[in-house]
Design a protein around this ligand. Structure first.
Ligand code: ADP
Ligand code: MG
Ligand code: ZN
Length: 606
């Protein structure tokens, strides 16, 4: 945000300089030209010598043509003289037979070229600049008008809780708000106490925006929505005016919902910015706080807001009487994903083989927006393949696309790299197959996808996992190390391709020591407070460590011990199954993709 601001300032400076250059260029061309400035006395002298040919006399200047006084060229010279009071001028001109004409002022064309066109240009540049900076409007006139969209209640009712799935807990918590919005007076007379502000917290795409619309839809009330980033305007004071305006509008339409999307853009903690504050944002935020404190809850205005970065919000926003009710919108679980898939494929023609449960099982960690995307991709693929309905094949490919970015078969990868990737992935797959507590290997691919992933081994959990045992974690470590160990064994060398695997393995090993009490040396103590994973935004900082340096050293050595043990275990497995790994890698090099069935055939045959 702040570097953006900086860039904008630079851009506007460039525009300004460009406009000035244009202005001066025009004046240079149309006013100056090759006109020679001449003193009045010299003009008189030239006139007496008979050099002056013709003049145009205006109230302040005399301009005209004369023969070159130096006599070097016979081209006439343009000249310009500042007029002085000279009663004999006309007489002298007449006596020398010079043609003369009067003009009340500068030529109108000169005025147009020198001033009006550059000014028009400057206004155009200015407007373009404002437009570029995201004002969106055609000009300055629009600033300050409220851009919040009022969705008429008919419109809002189109989205209801039926359109939202997989986040039942959040829905339940909002049930009460709907009751209140339906009949504020009755609710209150029964002694219900309603919060002013509700903050929806959750990862991007979990359906926060959708959910707030559904609340309005369920309650049949108008829905005012505005995005926090829209408030961050160029001119100080505009955002604050908008907030005031928004609350006035909403109070008139009560009961209703005001929804502020991306609250973090607006409500970043004040004084958070080392490059000096953003006055505009702070003013807008202050205005929001003032409005929230000032308005009357009885009227039935509910303020909802959404953010995926609650940790950077100004604490003032979370105080009682403001956004004091917080609703977590979680990523959906297996059943939730299945339900979301069903909602989104309501209007899609599906083949009989579609098994949403299987698709949901293949997409752990996906949020609603990803699932909607999968259905959409699958439908598009079916159209492209000229199928009558969408089959599982399309869904399978859509999942892969969404998981790893579009297939980039054309991406060139040199044969040596390809070979390394094939052995690396085979290592993962064979270790996963050899160990008891691991997920089933579904697919191995060495088709490069996106920028980061050169290949992948897809393992499918048979169910959502909330608990993992020590053995499962150890096996997982071994699988993660499988790629690197295969490189060691077959190439006697290691590549950078295992970096992500190692990172993940180290994280697991460290968590086993610090959080899960799985190290005998440290015993049952945990050395890390659990935290919500999605709360780790960009600005997430670990809390101060709560243990001594000696303990830190033990944690490090224990983590290393777990990693080393996992490594030697993995090494043994791959040494033992060297032939199988080799065979699998060869098939991979040939076909690039090996599916579950073929994989199992390779494993059992060798
Ligand atoms: P967020 O605001 O949390 O980033 P959105 O509400 O904008 O997410 O979700 C984007 C789209 O993803 C929605 O319009 C909807 O189509 C789909 N979606 C997300 N979550 C859900 C859900 N729980 N149920 C159904 N559809 C969902
Ligand atoms: Mg949103
Ligand atoms: Zn790997």
């Amino acid at each position: 945000m702040d570097s953006d601001q900086h860039k904008k300032t630079q851009i506007s400076l460039v525009y300004f300089l460009a406009a000035m250059v244009i202005l001066f260029a025009f004046q240079w061309i149309f006013l100056a030209g090759s006109t020679r400035e001449v003193a009045y006395s010299d003009f008189k002298a030239y006139l007496n010598k008979g050099l002056i040919k013709a003049v145009v006399i205006s109230p302040t200047t005399i301009k005209g043509t004369m023969s070159d006084p130096t006599g070097k060229s016979d081209k006439p010279v343009l000249f310009s003289v500042t007029r002085v009071t000279d009663p004999n001028l006309i007489k002298d001109l007449d006596s020398k037979g010079v043609k003369y004409a009067g003009r009340t002022n500068n030529s109108i064309w000169q005025t147009i070229f020198a001033w009006i066109i550059p000014i028009i240009l400057m206004i155009a540049v200015w407007n373009y600049m404002i437009y570029k900076m995201g004002m969106g409007g055609p000009g300055i006139m629009k600033i300050g008008q409220n851009k919040s969209k009022l969705v008429a209640s008919d419109d809002a009712t189109k989205i209801t809780f039926k359109d939202v799935a997989g986040i039942d807990e959040a829905k339940e918590e909002l049930e009460e708000v709907i009751e209140f919005l339906k009949e504020p007076a009755k609710f209150e007379s029964l002694g219900g106490k309603i919060p002013r502000g509700i903050l929806l917290l959750g990862a991007p795409g979990t359906g926060k925006t959708l959910l707030s619309k559904a609340v309005a839809g369920e309650a049949h009330v108008p829905f005012f929505s505005i995005s926090g980033s829209e408030f961050v305007e160029m001119f100080v004071g505009v955002g604050a005016a908008r907030v005031r305006d928004l609350f006035t509008q909403a109070t008139a339409k009560a009961p209703c919902i005001i929804f502020i999307d991306e609250l973090d853009a607006l409500g970043k903690a004040r004084g958070f910015n080392p490059l000096g504050g953003n006055d505009e944002r702070e003013q807008t935020l202050n205005q929001l706080l003032v409005e929230m404190d000032g308005f009357d809850t009885q009227k039935g205005v509910i303020i909802m807001a959404a953010t995926n970065r609650p940790e950077i919000l100004d604490p003032a926003l979370l105080r009682p009487g403001r956004f004091d009710r917080q609703v977590v919108v979680d990523k959906p679980d297996l059943a939730g994903r299945e339900a979301i898939l069903k909602i989104h494929s309501k209007d899609v023609k599906l083949a009989d083989d579609i098994d949403f449960h299987a698709i949901a099982a293949r997409t752990p960690g996906f949020v609603g927006a990803d699932l909607a995307n999968i259905v959409n991709e699958a439908a598009l693929l079916a159209v492209r393949r000229k199928k009558k309905s969408v089959t599982m094949a399309e869904f399978a490919e859509a999942i892969e696309r969404v998981i790893a970015g579009l297939e980039k078969k054309k991406r060139l990868i040199n044969p040596k790299e390809k070979k390394i990737v094939a052995y690396h992935e085979s290592g993962h797959a064979i270790v996963a197959d050899a160990l008891p507590n691991t997920d089933v290997v579904e697919k191995i691919s060495i088709v490069p996808r996106g920028i980061a992933a050169l290949g992948y081994t897809l393992q499918l959990p048979t169910e959502d996992r909330f608990l993992m045992t020590k053995h499962e974690l150890e096996d997982k470590l071994a699988v993660l190390l499988g790629g690197r160990v295969a490189e060691e064994i077959f190439f006697g060398d290691i590549s950078t391709g295992a970096q992500n695997d190692l990172q993940r393995a180290t994280d697991i090993a460290r968590a086993m020591v610090k959080e899960y009490g799985m190290s005998e040396k440290l015993g049952l103590l945990t050395y890390e407070r659990p935290h919500n994973v999605f709360l780790k935004g960009d600005n997430w900082r670990p809390t101060e460590k709560e243990y001594s340096d000696e303990v830190a050293a033990i944690i490090d050595s224990e983590t290393k011990r777990i990693m080393d043990e996992a490594h030697s275990r993995t090494y043994k497995i791959i040494e033992e199954k060297k032939k199988t790994v080799e065979k699998l890698a060869k098939v991979l090099l040939e076909k690039e993709v090996v599916e579950k069935k073929e994989f199992q055939k390779i494993v059992t045959e060798s």
